[in-house]
Design a protein. Structure first.
Length: 603
C-alpha cells in the first residue's frame, strides 16, 4: 500500500521540523513552526504547597543537571523511508521536503510549575497527569500538574526535548504543547534478588531507568528458595542463608531503595514468595515449617519431582508453627515497606514436595476426599487474615495467578486480591477478568525478559545432540533444560502486545496495568541492566500511551523504532547500561533497517 502525496508530505514536514521524539510518546503533542527556542537557563518558579515540596525541588535539580551536563543530541533522526536517500519504486511520487521558518524566539529563562495537590501520596491510582507548554515568544516553560508525581513526569519529558543547539547552547526545537497522562496506573518491572544478589547501586540504576521511562512500580522479588538476603530483627538467623554476609540488605538498605524510588515517582512493592519457593531463611527458624528441603529436586519420574528448579522447599501449610513465623516476618517487612500493596507470591506449588511432610500426608489421611486444591485453600484461609492484620485498611495483596488458575489452586480466592497473570496470555487474562479479578499483566510469552538464554540447570544431556533439534524458535530441548519460555522477547514483541484483545469493556476495566519480570537465574550485577533496558522502555510506552496511533488506530511500531533507538542512547548517557539493539548504522539511519519498504506492514 502506497502513501498519498499529502500524507507523505505531512510526514516529512513533521520529521524535518524536529529531531526530538520523546519516549514514552505523550498522549498529545503539538509542535509549532516558528523556529528554535533558545534556552538560557531555567530557574524553577513553583506554585505548590505540601509535604512533597522537597521532592519537586530535588527532581528539578536532577533534571536541570542532566540537561546541562548531557547537552543531548538525538542520534536517530532520519525521516521515514519515503523521504530518505533510497530511490522510490516506479510510480512513487518524488517529494521535496517542506522548509520551515527559523525565527529568533525569546529565550527560555524559567520553568513555572503549578501543582494543585502537594500532599498526594505516591500510591496506586494517584493522578500522574501534566501539561507542558513552550509558547511562541515565551520566556517560560509552563507546567501544570494535579500532583507532584505528574510534575516529575513533566520534568522527565522536558529533559528529552531540550537538546544541544550544536554551538555550545541549548534549545527547544519548536514551540510545543503537551497534554499527557498514563493509560494505566500500574506500570512496572520485577527485580529478582533471590536467585542472584543484586547490589544496591544496581537496584538504584534500574530505578533511574524506570523514572526516565515513566514506569512507576518496582516489584522487588526479595527472596527465593536459593537465598534469603533480608536482615530480620525478629529472626537474625535467616541471613545465614544469604549467599554471603556482604550479599544482604539491611533495614537501612531497603529504606534507601524506597526513598530513592519515591523521589523519582516509583513505588516499591515487596514480594516474599510463599508458600512455594520457600526454603532458605525459613528453615533457619524452624526446620519443621519447610517441606521437602532435603529432597532431590528433579526425579527421573516427573510425578515425584519436588521443585521446578533447585533447590526445593515449600512452607508446610498444615504445620501450625508455620503461621507464627509468617506473621512475624510479614509484620516486620510491612513496617519497612510503606506501599499500600504487598505481594505474597503463591505460585508454582509442587505436590511432590508435600510427600515429604508428615503433617500434610496425615491431613490427607484424615479425609481421603481432600485434594491439593483444598490444601491451597487452607493456606488462603489461614494466611490471608495474617497479611491483613499487619497492614493498614488500605493494604491490597498481590498474588501470582496460580492461586486461582494453577494446577494446584484454591477454590475461593478473595476478589480484592490483585492477581498477576503470567501464563497462557490472553486466555488467562480473559478468565481472571471475567471472574472479576483485578489483573496485572505479565504474560511470559510477551513480557518475560529472561527468556531465550538457554537453561540454568547444569549437566543436561538434552544439549548433547549433534544437530539443531527441530521444533522452531520456541524449541527448548525437551523441557526446562532449555529456556522454557523461549524465544527472547524483543522490544517489538513487547510493544506489539495487545493484552485486552477480545475482552469486554467491563473486563478491560479490571486490567490495572502490566509488568515485565526479569528472573535472575542467569542475571547478576553484570547483566541486570542490559536485561531490562531498553526493552522495558517499550513496555513503558505501551502502558503510558499505547502502541496505536490514536487517530488511525494502526500500530505505530515503525514510528517507535526511532524513539527506542534514541532512548537507548539516552539511557546510557544517563548511566543506565542498556544493551544495543541494532548496528550503529541503523541508529543513524533508523528506517534503512526496516524489514519492509512498506512500513504499514505492522497493523
Amino acid at each position: 500500500m502506497k502513501l498519498s502525496v499529502l500524507s507523505v508530505a505531512a510526514a516529512i514536514a513533521s520529521a524535518v521540523a524536529v529531531k526530538v521524539n520523546p519516549l514514552p510518546a505523550p498522549r498529545h503533542i503539538s509542535w509549532g513552526s516558528s523556529g528554535p527556542v533558545p534556552v538560557e537557563g531555567l530557574a524553577l518558579r513553583a506554585q505548590y504547597h505540601g509535604r512533597n515540596a522537597a521532592i519537586l525541588d530535588s527532581a528539578w535539580d536532577r533534571a536541570w543537571k542532566a540537561i546541562t551536563t548531557l547537552q543531548w543530541v538525538p542520534a536517530a533522526t532520519e525521516a521515514p523511508i519515503q523521504a530518505n536517500h533510497f530511490a522510490p519504486f516506479p510510480g512513487e511520487p518524488t517529494i521535496t521536503p517542506i522548509p520551515y521558518k527559523r525565527a529568533i524566539a525569546a529565550r527560555l529563562r524559567s520553568v513555572d510549575v503549578f501543582v494543585a495537590d502537594g500532599n498526594a501520596d505516591l500510591q496506586h491510582g494517584v493522578d500522574e497527569s501534566y501539561t507542558l507548554e513552550v509558547g511562541e515568544g515565551s520566556s517560560t516553560v509552563q507546567i501544570n500538574a494535579e500532583t507532584v508525581w505528574g510534575a516529575l513526569h513533566a520534568f522527565t519529558t522536558l529533559q528529552q526535548i531540550i537538546i544541544s543547539d550544536g554551538h555550545g547552547g541549548l534549545m527547544v526545537e519548536q514551540p510545543v504543547r503537551i497534554t499527557d497522562k498514563p493509560l494505566y496506573p500500574y506500570r512496572g518491572i520485577m527485580l529478582d534478588s533471590g536467585r542472584n544478589f543484586i547490589s544496591l547501586p544496581k537496584i538504584l540504576e534500574q530505578i533511574d531507568g524506570m523514572a526516565l521511562s515513566k514506569l512507576n512500580v518496582l516489584h522487588w522479588h526479595l527472596d527465593d528458595s536459593q537465598s534469603w538476603p533480608m536482615h530480620m530483627s525478629v529472626y537474625p538467623q535467616m541471613t545465614k542463608d544469604a549467599y554471603s554476609a556482604s550479599e544482604t540488605y539491611s533495614h537501612g538498605d531497603m529504606q534507601q531503595v524506597i526513598a530513592y524510588a519515591r523521589a523519582r515517582g516509583v513505588r516499591v512493592i515487596p514480594e516474599v514468595d510463599m508458600p512455594g519457593h520457600s526454603e532458605s531463611g525459613w528453615k533457619q527458624v524452624d526446620p519443621n515449617i519447610v517441606a521437602c528441603a532435603n529432597s532431590w529436586w528433579s526425579n527421573d519420574d516427573w510425578t515425584y519431582h519436588t521443585a521446578v528448579e533447585p533447590n526445593p522447599g515449600q512452607l508446610d501449610i498444615i504445620y501450625n508453627g508455620t503461621y507464627d513465623v509468617v506473621r512475624n516476618v510479614y509484620h516486620e517487612l510491612s513496617g519497612i515497606f510503606p506501599d499500600n500493596w504487598f505481594h505474597v507470591g503463591a505460585d508454582e506449588l509442587q505436590t511432590g514436595c508435600y510427600n515429604f511432610s508428615k503433617y500434610v500426608t496425615e491431613w490427607f489421611k484424615e479425609d481421603p476426599s481432600r485434594t491439593y486444591n483444598d490444601l491451597a485453600q487452607y493456606w488462603v484461609d489461614k494466611a490471608v487474615p495474617i497479611f491483613h492484620e499487619a497492614a493498614p485498611p488500605s493494604r491490597r495483596l498481590m498474588m501470582w495467578e496460580d492461586i486461582a488458575l494453577g494446577a494446584v489452586s484454591a477454590n475461593d480466592v478473595p476478589k480484592n486480591i490483585v492477581l498477576q497473570s503470567w501464563n497462557n496470555g490472553i486466555a488467562n487474562i480473559d478468565n481472571l477478568t471475567a471472574r472479576g479479578y483485578d489483573v496485572v499483566v505479565s504474560s511470559s510469552d510477551w513480557l518475560y525478559l529472561d527468556c531465550g538464554h538457554g537453561g540454568a540447570v547444569t549437566n543436561d544431556p538434552r544439549y548433547d545432540v549433534m544437530s539443531n533439534p527441530s521444533g522452531g524458535v520456541t524449541f527448548n530441548y525437551g523441557g526446562n533444560g532449555g529456556s522454557w519460555c523461549a524465544p527472547y522477547k524483543t522490544w517489538q514483541r513487547i510493544y506489539d502486545y495487545d493484552f485486552t484483545t477480545n475482552l469486554t469493556a467491563t473486563q478491560a476495566k479490571h486490567i490495572l496495568g502490566g509488568e515485565a519480570p526479569l528472573w535472575s537465574e542467569q542475571v547478576d550485577d553484570v547483566t541486570v541492566s542490559s536485561g531490562f533496558w531498553p526493552r522495558a522502555s517499550a513496555l513503558g510506552e505501551l502502558l503510558w500511551s499505547g502502541n496505536r496511533d490514536p487517530k488511525t488506530g494502526k500500530k505505530r511500531t515503525t514510528e517507535m523504532t526511532q524513539r527506542i533507538l534514541n532512548f537507548r542512547e539516552y539511557l546510557v548517557a544517563n548511566g543506565v547500561m542498556a544493551t544495543a539493539l541494532v548496528p550503529k548504522y541503523c541508529l543513524q539511519h533508523p528506517h534503512a533497517c526496516d524489514l519492509y519498504y512498506n512500513q504499514d506492514v505492522v497493523v
